[in-house]
Ligand binder design. Structure first.
Ligand code: TA6
Length: 279
């Protein structure tokens, strides 16, 4: 179904709706299940920036492994047992609320069907704005529609495609990180940042730009409105427990996430934007 000159919608065999944006600058796919960008292919170099697991479940029964999952209104494990990790927006239907479509810039606004959910008592509106132009901008806009302040966490949990994890170096991170694999103990960011084994780190310095170097290729990851950058690769052992990843799938991906992990409090009527820009 054609929604505008460069925006099309199709339903997968498994039943979820996928939007395709194909303009002069790039091709992008977004799942309306989860409001999740799944792929980003700039036309100037035809290099896919995002990784999608070949075993990703695309039937709406669980969050999709890959692309840019939307973590909201918490990050990581919920405070209350039995609630989904990374919140509940990435596993519910979203819908298109606006399309602005030009030859070199297409902007979509998506909203989740419901921002209420167990584990969060705020009254919030959430908007995801995806802009496809010379770069891909993803903007998660949260506003407090209630009569009292609320505090939330969030992340644009982006999975980047890499040739082989051993070829990857990260530039632009600095200061302390909390290492989830070592009880969230604090360590200094390495000057030469390679990925060896399981890496699960919350970098507390809000780097405005991280460069993901992969051999001759560089992906630039800009961030705004965040309080941390999370770097994650499950490594060979953890991947064995991830049913929607192939056993060696960890070698082709790296998560660099623009995140609010320390909590953002919104006063009544206040709005906050969490933004990741991929180039
Ligand atoms: O962002 C890193 C992380 O919190 C890891 O600890 C790991 O759990 C990853 O997210 C993936 O989480 P998921 O719930 O999508 O399997």
């Amino acid at each position: 179904m054609k929604l505008s000159t460069h925006v099309f919608q199709k339903q997968t065999d498994a039943g979820i709706n996928i939007l395709t944006i194909d303009n002069q600058t790039a091709s992008v796919e977004i799942s309306l299940f989860g409001g999740q960008v799944l792929s980003y292919l700039p036309k100037h170099d035809s290099r896919q920036r995002l990784w999608l697991s070949p075993k990703a479940v695309l039937d709406g029964s669980k969050a999709i492994r890959g692309g840019v999952p939307i973590c909201w209104p918490w990050f990581g494990q919920a405070k209350t047992t039995g609630l989904p990790a990374h919140g509940y927006l990435r596993s519910q239907p979203w819908h298109v609320v606006r399309i602005d479509d030009e030859l070199e810039k297409t902007t979509l606004q998506l909203q989740p069907h419901d921002t209420h959910g167990a584990g969060f008592d705020g009254i919030a509106s959430v908007l995801l704005e995806v802009e496809v132009s010379e770069r891909l901008s993803i903007r998660l806009i949260t506003s407090n529609q209630g009569d009292k302040p609320f505090t939330y966490c969030a992340a644009l949990h982006s999975y980047f495609a890499v040739s082989h994890i051993e070829n990857v170096r990260l530039n632009g991170l600095k200061g302390q990180y909390l290492d989830k694999t070592q009880g969230f103990s604090a360590f200094p960011t390495p000057t030469s940042y390679a990925i060896e084994g399981e890496v699960d780190r919350v970098h507390l310095f809000a780097s405005p730009e991280v460069e993901l170097k992969d051999g001759k290729n560089t992906t630039r990851i800009g961030s705004l409105g965040h309080d941390s950058v999370v770097v994650w690769n499950p490594g060979i052992d953890k991947t064995k427990d991830i049913t929607d990843m192939e056993p060696m799938g960890f070698q082709q991906m790296l998560c660099v996430e623009t995140a609010i992990t320390q909590g953002k409090t919104l006063e009544v009527g206040e709005e906050h934007q969490l933004i990741q820009i991929i180039g």
